[in-house]
Design a binder for this molecule. Sequence first.
Ligand SMILES: [Zn+2]
Length: 76
Amino acid sequence: MKCVICKNGETQEGFTTVTLEKNGSTVVFKEVPAQICDNCGEKYINSFITKELLKKARTIVKNGAEVDIRKYETAA
Ligand SMILES: [Zn+2]
């Protein structure tokens, strides 16, 4: 799709790292599938994955981790 930020680039399938901060805890997800603009680098993560990330982050924060870095894995 066309990038809505720079209006020049086309997005490509790729992977990105997402950092979420909540209540003083930092959760980092690596290898999150995303569409990435080949011009400005803007990342588009679909709403299903965003929801999954927030859900996972909530669980991790509840378990008391201050910093947690993990690979994003799609639920099988
Ligand atoms: Zn762009």
